[in-house]
Design a protein around this ligand. Structure first.
Ligand SMILES: [Fe+2]
Ligand SMILES: [Fe+2]
Length: 194
């Protein structure tokens, strides 16, 4: 069965692999430029996709923090994630201004990698386990369809959103929660339309 959590993890694996490719090509600026072009876009697209298709649903269905048996709650998890996404996006934007292979470029890419590594670990330790515990398999499957459709429509990077204020983002989805995706399955021709 499709599962949005698995699709998130798949992207995380690809990102880590792509950063490792940069190490493989460390002395080839042309290859570095090509790999980075795709990786930079993927970092931005992945973050925007999570902000469309994962965190709004985590805020609705994840751990409210009322139960002492689990750590954290959806507000903390989302606040951390959006803040991290902003840091990653800023580092990616800084690296895009430098010449691939230059010292300044490596410094900016290293910063993006560190920010991203820390963030992926947090998502994998907090947000994703929270969703696996609290969201039904039907919901995770329906969101996987939305994830795929959104990604297919935005993989070029066109039309994606960038930095957001974490508090405003949380407030937006707390005051107007998303509709239940299982009760409102997406149309086969336009998953992103809802
Ligand atoms: Fe992620
Ligand atoms: Fe993320």
């Amino acid at each position: 069965m499709l599962d949005v959590c698995d699709l998130v993890l798949e992207d995380h694996h690809t990102m880590r692999r792509q950063f490792a490719l940069l190490d493989d090509c460390w002395d080839d600026p042309r290859a570095l430029g090509m790999i980075w072009k795709g990786l930079a876009r993927m970092l931005d697209v992945h973050a925007a996709c999570e902000e469309e298709v994962f965190y709004p649903y985590l805020l609705k269905y994840g751990d409210s923090g009322d139960d002492d048996a689990t750590e954290g709650d959806v507000v903390d998890e989302t606040d951390d994630a959006i803040g991290d996404h902003d840091e990653i996006r800023d580092a990616v934007a800084a690296a895009k201004k430098e010449e691939p292979g230059s010292e300044a470029w490596w410094a900016a890419v290293r910063k993006a990698r560190e920010e991203n590594d820390d963030h992926l670990a947090e998502e994998e330790h907090d947000a994703l386990p929270d969703f696996r515990r609290n969201a039904s398999v039907e919901l995770r499957a329906e969101l996987a369809l939305r994830w795929l459709d959104w990604r297919y429509a935005h993989d070029s990077g066109e039309g994606i959103t960038y930095d957001k204020d974490p508090e405003e983002y949380i407030e937006q989805y707390r005051s107007s929660p998303v509709a239940d995706p299982v009760a409102h399955p997406v149309d086969r021709s336009s998953v992103t339309a809802s």
